[in-house]
Design a protein around this ligand. Structure first.
Ligand SMILES: C[S@@+](CC[C@H](N)C(=O)[O-])C[C@H]1O[C@@H](n2cnc3c(N)ncnc32)[C@H](O)[C@@H]1O
Length: 302
């Protein structure tokens, strides 16, 4: 489509134009924004490195022809190729923090961000958190945010994908936490040693039925970050089988399984899952203590 680059001069013009084009297109929102207006504001403001908050000051500022060209090209690609905006911008936001992303990693959107923002209270209480594992780390967003919340903790970011770990390392550098945050290549717990006070995981958990019906935007994300077998629980089963061997006394395991939570509960009727509630949306995150897991394993084997 020929874009009216000479008619669109200001940020206000471009946001308005993007809103109109988004509203006239069949797009899926949910990779960072959930509506036309926010998507348009993100596209325009972040393409020219301006803040998302308190941005009215710039609304009538004119953009250069080159800046307008970049925005209009991204607008076209968002609509025609259904590429999530985060990939076009190379950035996503998690717990209010920027993370570098590209098609090697899932776009951060886990409700773990709300949990971390609250310092993981009341679950942590006054417990000392010295070691944290972010299993299936992708961009590293959960583990890096945890490192910023628990300022004394050592954090390991683990993933099976070397490509994802490259992106995670760029985010370690971005947030300047390289003295406390490391990357590990591991197949679930294979490749991980030692015990942790907190194991946080947002593993792949999409079941086969959902995989077959996902909007096009999801096809730009790595399949390895989404698909987890017929019931979406391939990785969750492996986490539950071995987490007790990697939790410190009074340690906690928190895992997101999204829509697959009823299948998980049905598969483990004896496990006392606590399902967390979120004010900002999201569900399917469970918590289990080291003691609950150890007792369950002892019961199975005894
Ligand atoms: C749902 S993505 C989550 C990424 C990140 N934690 C987030 O919340 O944005 C799942 C991640 O698990 C990784 N993964 C898939 N299978 C794995 C396995 N067997 N062992 C470790 N990581 C795995 C994928 O490479 C992907 O980065």
């Amino acid at each position: 489509m020929i874009q009216p680059i000479d008619d669109l001069l200001t940020i206000r013009d471009l946001v308005r134009f993007a809103c109109t084009r988004f509203a006239g297109s069949e797009l899926f929102y949910g990779h960072g924004t959930d509506n036309v207006w926010d998507e348009a504001v993100h596209l325009v403001m972040r393409s020219v490195n301006l803040p998302l908050e308190n941005n009215t000051l710039f609304l009538d500022a004119r953009l250069t022809r080159e800046e307008r060209g970049v925005i209009l090209e991204r607008l076209d690609r968002r609509i025609n190729e259904r590429i999530p905006l985060a990939y076009l911008l190379g950035e996503a936001w998690f717990m209010g923090l920027p993370f570098r992303v590209d098609e090697r990693v899932l776009i951060p959107r886990s409700p773990f961000s709300e949990l971390l923002q609250s310092g993981m209270q009341p679950w942590i209480g006054d417990k000392q958190v010295n070691r944290i594992l972010d299993l299936c780390t992708g961009s590293g967003c959960i583990g890096i945010a945890a490192a910023l919340v628990f300022e004394e903790a050592e954090v390991d970011l683990a993933d099976i994908s070397p490509d994802a770990l490259d992106v995670a390392r760029s985010n370690i550098a971005l947030h300047q936490v390289g003295d406390r945050v490391n990357t590990l290549q591991a197949d679930v717990f294979e490749g991980i040693s030692g015990r942790y006070d907190l194991i946080l995981s947002n593993p792949p958990y999409v079941d086969a039925e959902d995989m077959a019906s996902m909007p096009e935007e999801f096809h730009h994300e790595p399949v390895l970050g989404l698909a987890a077998g017929p019931d979406g629980l391939d990785i969750a089963h492996r986490i539950l089988a071995h987490a007790h061997e990697h939790l410190a006394p009074r340690g906690l395991l928190l895992v997101e399984v999204g829509n697959s939570w009823p299948a998980l509960e049905a598969a483990y009727p004896e496990l006392p899952f606590i399902w967390l509630e979120f004010e900002q949306g999201g569900d399917g995150v469970f918590l289990l203590s080291a003691e609950d897991l150890a007792e369950w394993h002892a019961g199975k084997n005894g």
